[in-house]
Design a protein around this ligand. Structure first.
Ligand code: FRU
Length: 511
């Protein structure tokens, strides 16, 4: 995968270099803002992938991210930085971490060291500490196995400036080529820091009293897994409606996601500060989102107990085509910030997700949609390009219920429910520009079947993305699309029976 990323970067560099000063088209395209979402985070320009270092401090949500400031394809990684007071509107800040002699700055996390265990704090204020992977290019070129190590840096000014620890790395590589993406949490019960990182086909846990010296604790994985694991996260959650606490382990998988390519998965189990256990691990892996475009989803650290929510977001793309999507000035957006909740279903546990309530402040002009039964299309939205749709349907006895979003050229994306399969879907086969990758087009199905007799869906439309939340958030699907003219119309169509719309609303979202 990294070879692929690097080759793509070299090709683009060569092209940019040979086109330099010669191609007005290239210049025009550089200022091209088409596809820019209205309410999803994007870098102003250039390449972005995973969210990193997500931490809340002094009233600000920090979003660091994998960033290459010199190109719109992946390249030498930095940590870009933005802050927000509400996870809806973001202020761009200067790059936080630059590559150095130990390597590029790959994914990782950040915490507030409230007890100043690291000693990095000054004037009685706790330091913000970032824990990330150093990826050493010389080591990779020399085909060594130990070129990924874990390092730390600290900030005493709300994440604005950073000092790298002089004794980096803090975790050396034990001889595993893919050894990265540390996520650190404070483990209350054992009063120590716990770090989880991805190591090829599993995760590894470490612990530390001070964020500097780390002791290996355990591995968690499944037998004979051929997939590469990335970007783990671990956190405790109360099961909704009970006092039971379980631990959720998130792992992003670089292949084999429900609809192909990369996706975010999770396990629910127990964690004692050293070992994560869950019954029948192989059968317990679930997908956080079954659309194609939610990768490296991780959660914010240090959300105050008085808030109590578990909040996170993911990179809204897929490594299958992320580097060739047709946006020009910038590449990739993040998903909406989401709130997770944990629910028991029979003897199983599932995560539900929904956009954070803060997005309600964007809601303008709600139009109520009346109940209607029809075999003909029902137009529910016109002349609106960013919207939230809340709709309820009676499940038909056959065929599918479809909400079709379209532009005036006939490009469209269908969000629906297939009665025979009992699955939700997003079909972007005719969504607009799709020819940049053979993996992009297609109809994507939810990973689980759902048998409810009433279909309640919430759909968020932005200039190049659709996010579906159904079954009270048990089903989340995120797909991006690229239509040069934004979708501005939504209609309900049926592929069989009369569709019975029970009612709903369409709300414009505007900043
Ligand atoms: C996931 C990932 C991480 C790595 C980063 C490099 O998308 O491959 O494992 O740290 O991207 O940019």
């Amino acid at each position: 995968m990294h070879l692929f990323k690097i080759t793509a970067a070299i090709i683009l560099f060569t092209c940019l270099f040979s086109c330099k000063n010669e191609s007005p088209t290239m210049l025009d395209m550089k200022s091209h803002e088409a596809f820019r979402p209205k309410y999803h985070f994007t870098p102003d320009s250039m390449w972005m992938n995973d969210p990193n270092g997500m931490v809340y401090y002094n009233g600000e949500y920090h979003l660091f991210y994998q960033y290459f400031p010199d190109s719109t394809v992946w390249g030498p990684m930095h940590w870009g930085h933005a802050v927000s007071k509400d996870m809806v509107t973001w202020d761009d800040l200067p790059i936080a971490l630059y590559p150095d002699s130990l390597g590029l700055i790959f994914s990782g996390s950040a915490v507030i060291d409230w007890k100043n265990t690291s000693g990095f704090g000054v004037n009685g204020n706790p330091p913000m500490v970032a824990i990330f992977t150093h990826h050493n290019m010389d080591g990779e070129r020399a085909k060594r196995l130990d070129f990924q190590t874990q390092s730390i840096a600290y900030s005493n000014d709300n994440g604005r400036t950073w000092t790298k620890y002089e004794q980096n790395p803090v975790i050396k590589n034990p001889g595993i080529k893919d050894f990265r993406d540390p996520k650190v949490i404070w483990h209350e019960a054992t009063q120590k820091w716990v770090l989880v990182l991805a190591a090829k086909d599993r995760v590894k846990f470490y612990s530390s009293p001070d964020l500097k010296s780390w002791t290996y604790a355990s591995d968690f994985g499944i037998e004979n897994d051929a997939r590469l694991w990335e970007c783990p996260d671990i956190f405790p959650m109360k099961v909704a409606g009970s006092n039971t606490e379980k631990w959720v382990l998130i792992t992003s998988m670089q292949s084999g996601a429900p609809n192909g390519g990369t996706g975010t998965s999770y396990w629910v189990g127990d964690f004692d500060g050293n070992t994560f256990t869950c019954n029948n691990a192989a059968a317990s892996q679930k997908w956080l989102d079954s659309g194609k475009d939610n990768y490296a989803f991780v959660t914010w650290s240090d959300i105050p107990a008085s808030d109590g929510r578990r909040l996170g977001l993911g990179w809204m793309s897929n490594w299958q085509y992320a580097q060739v999507v047709p946006s020009v000035k910038w590449r990739s957006a993040m998903t909406m910030a989401r709130e997770l909740s944990l629910h028991q279903v029979a003897s199983d546990f599932i995560l539900k997700s929904k956009p954070v309530d803060e997005f309600k402040k964007l809601e303008k002009n709600t139009k109520t949609i009346d109940a209607k039964a029809s075999k003909e299309p029902i137009v529910i939205m016109e002349n609106m390009t960013t919207a939230k749709l809340t709709l309820s349907f009676k499940k038909p006895s056959q065929g599918a219920v479809i909400v079709r979003f379209s532009d005036s050229q006939g490009n469209h994306t269908d969000v629906g429910y297939d009665v025979a399969l009992q699955k939700y879907f997003i079909d972007r086969s005719h969504s607009g520009i799709t020819d940049f990758s053979p993996e992009f087009k297609g109809k994507h199905l939810s990973s689980n079947p759902y048998m409810s007799t009433q279909l309640d869906v919430m759909i968020y439309l932005d200039h190049s993305s659709i996010e579906l939340f159904a079954e009270d958030g048990a089903c989340a699907m995120t797909d991006i699309y690229f239509s040069t003219e934004s979708y501005s119309k939504a209609e309900i169509i049926t592929s069989g029976d009369v569709v019975e719309l029970l009612g709903g609303s369409v709300t414009e979202l505007a900043k």
